[in-house]
Design a protein. Sequence first.
Length: 608
Amino acid sequence: MNYGIDIWGNDNFFIDNKKVKINYKSSPSLVKITKEIRDKGLRGPILLRFPHLIEKQISLIYENFKNAKEEFDYKGSFNAVYPLKVNQYPNFVKNLVKIGKKYNYGLEAGSKAELMLAMVYNNKNSPMTVNGFKDEEMISLGFIAKEMGHNITLTIEGLSELKNIIKINKQRFSHTPNIGLRIRLHSSGIGIWAKSGGMNSKFGLTSTELIEAMNMLKKADLIDKFSMIHFHIGSQISEIGPLKKALREAGNIYAQLKKMGAVGLNAINLGGGLAIEYSQHTDEIKRNYTLREYANDIVYLLKDISNNNRVKEPDIYIESGRYIAASHAVLVAPVLELFSQEYTETKLKLKDENPPLVQELYELYNTIDRTYAQEYLHDSIDHMNSLLTLFDLGYIDLVDRSNTEVLVNLIIKKAIILLKDRDSKELLQIQDMIQERYLINFSIFQSLPDFWGIEQNFPVMPLDRLDEKPTRSASIWDITCDSDGEISYNREQPLFLHELDVTQEDYFLGFFLVGAYQEVLGMKHNLFTHPSEATILIDDDGYEIKDSLEAQSVIDIMEDLDYDVGEINERLVQQIKSSDLIDDKVKSYILDEINVFLNDNGYLKTVS
């Protein structure tokens, strides 16, 4: 079973010698890397970063647009900027900036803090765009960026921002940033993020406001600084049709503004939206276009519109952060427990004389074979329902009920193994009834918030034992005390994992394509923090583990929430010292224990 790796993997990973391996140079296995990191003392979930996958995505975008420009003899330039909102973590951003230098790949900021980061890290001469709502302070930062020598464009979201730009331009020195206008289109995307576009969207200027903005710019003698129009119809655009419709609308607005005297206007920024494929199942594939088709359609349409309107072909900008960031990160987390492992023969407490239906269940368990497996499954489930009714009526006791549950689970497990070569809907339905609950050492709210918040699926698979057919229908539980911290078994998109004994072996699950948004949206539910992380550099001879960073300590996360950590320490020490339940020698030992716990990360520690 390959867990759909040929659908979502994008040739970044492959299965060899029963393990998931990285399809790059020396091709190390994920489980080997994980165990080496754990051998150095890091426990709990680990986020693995692969810089070569950042470079792959950046190079693919530039290569496809280069080819499209050549094919259609397009005169405008192609440019890309990375929206920092997608992932601001330093071990990602610093690698991205370093890798992007040769492509002139830039940064996009949507807040004061992000703009500061862009001013510090953006490569010289690479484009910098600023989106989102801005006050005078943020606009002044944009002017400072220009005065530092950055190639910056301030994209305004409303006329009040343009008024402030005009005001600040009079107050500052001789350098004015480029000005962009975000346009509000009738066109919108599809899916969860479609509300980013359309006439009721949060951002952008209407046609009436665009005309007013033009007049304001001319009056302020800043029309030559108006260089870009920007639109965005949503993240993760799964179908190419809505983008083409929006592009036609934006292209004609560009042409009309040029004809109205926008002498400096030379660029269209399409925003983000370039989708990646998250699905593990062929019948759930979301994206209906390739990167080549995406680039070709954009270049062809803009050339056609420009030619028809006899205006200069615009420079093209895109901000597709998800496409760049998602694939670079893999979350690896160990299985802590299987909750049905209590259903073993050793848990049976059969009496000398059992209720007839319990005795029949025991005989079914001992005599089941492949020929009668499905029939015995039906009988055992029927017996269980009858016995549970008898328990509710008081005719059997708790021991009988326990024996019922154990025997039915044992029968179903044995039947599934006997029938594992059959892929019947009924078997899936039965497995739904006795799904195995795998307790995983991570927090869904911290590491997969989009799963919890908007039901975004992420590819999940074990990192090892891939030569064995998994037989356990799996639901995944995280370690938060929240019932929403679960990836439930889905009969339409089932996840199967292996039987294992967690006391005897490590079993790691990989959660893929988690590099976009999940880190920055992750919440501190139960005070679980960003997992430990490491950057993996791969060459022809092996790999190097760099920039290992352990998850925040318990005391650090308390400090992040504005607790007085000095007070916490002081109160703990006081309460331990004043306890009359322990002697002074024990108190000293406990104080040392408390100090260790406070300065360790909050994930669970296990060693098989």
